[in-house]
Design a protein around this ligand. Structure first.
Ligand SMILES: Nc1ncnc2c1ncn2[C@@H]1O[C@H](COP(=O)(O)OP(=O)(O)OP(=O)(O)O)[C@@H](O)[C@H]1O
Ligand SMILES: [Mg+2]
Length: 269
């Protein structure tokens, strides 16, 4: 059955049809096939991903929806090379994850991927500004840092301003509200101008107005810089503006921009 489906596809995209023709013009940036992931707790195996196939093209905004606990964060971590699948293949811009060692993976990830974690993962001992700056320090290392410092600090300052947090630049994460931490996490994810942005519930802790500002920010990046994004969200409005919506159900991806379903998921959450 799987083979039959693959026969009618090129790069995982169905042949023919107007929609397929439009999507086909863009470069295939992320291509995952047959992803499996399970956890073992107390001798019991919990199968979370059971054969996920996914393609994301350059410039695309893809929203992933699904009920709480269905595996969205697990999937995002696997797609973003933060976690290893038990089975399956992930290609990023033609590079197969499994062909790189841990150091090469970390370097490439730092250069080309930005990640907004569901629970932020800010470094507690650093200020908001230093947290945003950190990906650049990692990218350049101590030798190149002297040359890059000016540009990197200017960018970190501009990003903090973009998420309206200039007045909180010197605050440590524990001195910030949940929404402010989330905005620092978004600024940090953008610091290295990633080609691909993963966002896990980027508006999950924001009020309506701030959520709208974050939406405008992300969509502005897409329009102005062709930013590619995969966004896990319960925010129906955010999902409704995505180019493509998929649902994670029983460990598999179900395609389709079914906005009634978006609202159902939002109400369920
Ligand atoms: N490290 C882990 N060890 C064991 N089980 C885990 C681990 N991480 C997640 N799980 C389990 O795997 C399932 C999927 O978790 P995941 O965090 O991916 O869900 P989610 O869809 O992101 O949920 P939510 O919408 O609530 O954030 C859950 O049932 C969770 O309990
Ligand atoms: Mg989650």
């Amino acid at each position: 059955m799987q083979d039959d489906m693959q026969d009618g596809m090129q790069d995982g995209v169905p042949e023919g049809g107007a929609a397929a023709a439009v999507v086909d013009n863009r470069k295939l940036l992320l291509h995952a096939t047959g992803l499996h992931k399970s956890y073992k707790v107390g001798g019991e195996k919990l199968e979370v991903l059971r054969g996920v196939d996914m393609q994301v093209r350059e410039g695309e905004i893809l929203a992933i929806l699904g009920k709480s606990g269905c595996g969205k964060s697990t999937l995002l971590h696997v797609l973003g090379w933060l976690d290893k699948p038990d089975q399956g293949r992930i290609m990023f811009d033609g590079v197969d994850r499994s062909t790189l060692n841990a150091q090469e993976r970390a370097r490439l990830r730092n250069q080309v991927m930005g990640f907004v974690f569901q629970f932020y993962h800010l470094l507690p001992e650093l200020t908001a500004f230093e947290n945003v700056l950190m990906p650049s320090m990692i990218q350049y290392g101590p030798m190149a840092w002297r040359q890059e410092k000016k540009h990197a600090t200017e960018r970190a300052r501009a990003l903090l301003d973009l998420v309206s947090l200039t007045p909180r630049a010197k605050h440590r994460p524990r001195q910030l509200s949940g929404g402010e931490r989330q905005r620092v996490a978004i600024a940090r994810a953008l610091q290295n101008e990633p080609r691909f942005l993963f966002c896990d519930e980027p508006t999950g802790n924001l009020d309506g107005k701030t959520a709208e500002d974050v939406r405008d920010l992300l969509w502005g990046l897409n329009e102005e810089q062709n930013q590619t994004m995969v966004i896990v969200t319960h925010d129906a409005k955010l999902a409704s503006h995505a180019h493509r919506v998929v649902h994670l159900e029983r460990g598999r991806i179900v395609e389709g921009k079914d906005l009634d379903l978006v609202e159902e998921v939002a109400l369920d959450s």
